[in-house]
Design a protein around this ligand. Sequence first.
Ligand code: ATP
Length: 296
Amino acid sequence: TFRILHGSRDMALSLVELVQHFGFIEDTLKVIGQRQTVRDVDDAPVLSRRGGSVEFRNVVFSYGKAGEALHDINIKIPAGQKVGIVGPSGAGKSTLVHLLQRLYDIDSGSIWIDGQNIHEVTQDSLRQSLAVVPQEITLLHRTVMENIRFARADATDDEIFRAAKAAHCEKFIHGLSEGYDTIVGERGTKLSGGQRQRIGIARAFLKDAPIIVLDEATSALDTESEMEIQRSIVELMHDRTVIAVAHRLSTLSNFDRVIVVEQGQIVEDGKPAELRKKGNLFDRMWRLQAEGLAAE
Ligand code: ATP
């Protein structure tokens, strides 16, 4: 490869362009790695963006031979609804949101966004309809500016500033040695857990997708970061469909709906207050957490 690069300036240039285009090669590779089983069908149309309704119809999925991870899942989420997914460890919560992103193809059933089967549209257009805020975001060894632009390569500087402001990032970014030009990531300036999460939220604002997938962090941050993050998440959720894997159940009181998953099946589905009154799994989990907090 070196010799080819050396011998052909043009090719070296186009490689540089390629890297710039994909930008963040490590993440690109990671995404490709996760998607190795998934391919666009021939002449796949793009997913046309509407309000962001989601439907799972009789979805069955297993990771290879290990047995079914999800059995016959049926969920209908109207555009704009805020839904929390809860359940014990290993129940299938992350699998559910991974399938919505089509990181894997399902064994049977179908998944729909705005009436379009996600299996049949291009993965690129599917990805543009979903903004995922993961538990732990990957920061690239690049500037803060580029790290936010990761969500949408063609974003203008102004759009990035607006997204950072909406995610309450501005104050800490201005406090960094070079502001938006500070190199962060593995070998750059280290950001705290809360700051990293806010960069993740800024990315989601920049993407401006109709559907937000939140994977709530298992460990709580310090109270101040936590409050700032909750505030920006509430703003991010406005006018969008939200599907949140929730570990801390107290964050669900403002949600329209909670879906409780246990051993790959939906065992409860309703408004948080209603599920608490029923006294089943959700209520037991809620009370256990409340007792845990009181004991701290
Ligand atoms: P947690 O709260 O601990 O994150 P979860 O409810 O998100 O759990 P999943 O991660 O969706 O649970 O896992 C559902 C089931 O699928 C579990 O039995 C898990 O061991 C299995 N599983 C998850 N990911 C894989 C994988 N990549 N390969 C094989 N099995 C997997």
